[in-house]
Design a protein around this ligand. Structure first.
Ligand SMILES: Cc1cc2nc3c(=O)[nH]c(=O)nc-3n(C[C@H](O)[C@H](O)[C@H](O)COP(=O)(O)O)c2cc1C
Length: 191
């Protein structure tokens, strides 16, 4: 089994990436191969609403940037997809959302390629906006016919400078429980 964890922060080794690494560590211990992709190294153009993907079945976006197609292939190949984002002015990062818009459109145009994959969002911020960002990303999961397990709280955490999120004990406990629930569900669905 495979899990893809997208860290939507442009900041390398930041709080979002730390949470994705933590979840991936849980997956690895449970025998699920985890791959963390940091959007610090990824730039994708936003969807341009050309509609070409809706008329074809080649699982491609007409915008030919390597990053998009490389990550999209890993998504299709993974049973679990986790999306983490820092909160920027109350929302997920535009680079991550641009990517998810395109991935979702191509997936839905090719017979719902993400249907019944497991996953869920994680949001981290200095102070506020995590719930909105969590909900914003949840919309993407639900319309893509995916299965999202719960946790002991919403998957949100607090931190400003890189690494600070480790001090948020409740946030970390929530993320740990979410990872456990993904593993539990994955073993029920895919073992
Ligand atoms: C452009 C920008 C906008 C931000 N907006 C918010 C915000 O709306 N609410 C908040 O609490 N923190 C906000 N922050 C702080 C980040 O969410 C916080 O530093 C987070 O830990 C960054 O995650 P990262 O280390 O993964 O990049 C903002 C930071 C930046 C750079």
């Amino acid at each position: 089994m495979k899990a893809l964890l997208l860290s939507g922060s442009p900041r390398k080794d930041g709080n979002t990436e730390a949470l994705m690494d933590r979840i991936s560590g849980h997956f690895e211990k449970a025998g699920i191969k985890g791959e963390v992709i940091s959007f610090a190294d990824v730039t994708v153009m936003p969807c341009k609403a050309c509609g070409v993907c809706r008329k074809k079945t080649d699982k491609k976006c007409v915008i030919n940037d390597d990053d998009f197609h490389r990550i999209f292939e890993v998504m299709c190949d993974s049973e679990i997809i986790i999306c983490g984002s820092p909160v920027y002015f109350g929302s997920a990062t535009p680079n991550l959302m641009g990517f998810l818009d395109r991935a979702g459109y191509v997936a839905r145009s090719n017979g719902n390629l993400f249907a019944r994959k497991i996953g869920g969002p994680v949001a981290v911020a200095r102070r506020a906006g995590q719930n909105f960002t969590f909900a914003q990303l949840l919309y993407w999961y639900m319309i893509n016919d995916m299965v999202v397990p719960g946790s002991s709280y919403w998957n949100v955490a607090i931190g400003r400078e890189p690494g600070e999120v480790a001090n948020d004990q409740e946030g970390i406990a929530t993320i740990d429980r979410f990872a456990e629930n993904c593993i539990w569900l994955a073993h029920k669905l895919f073992a």
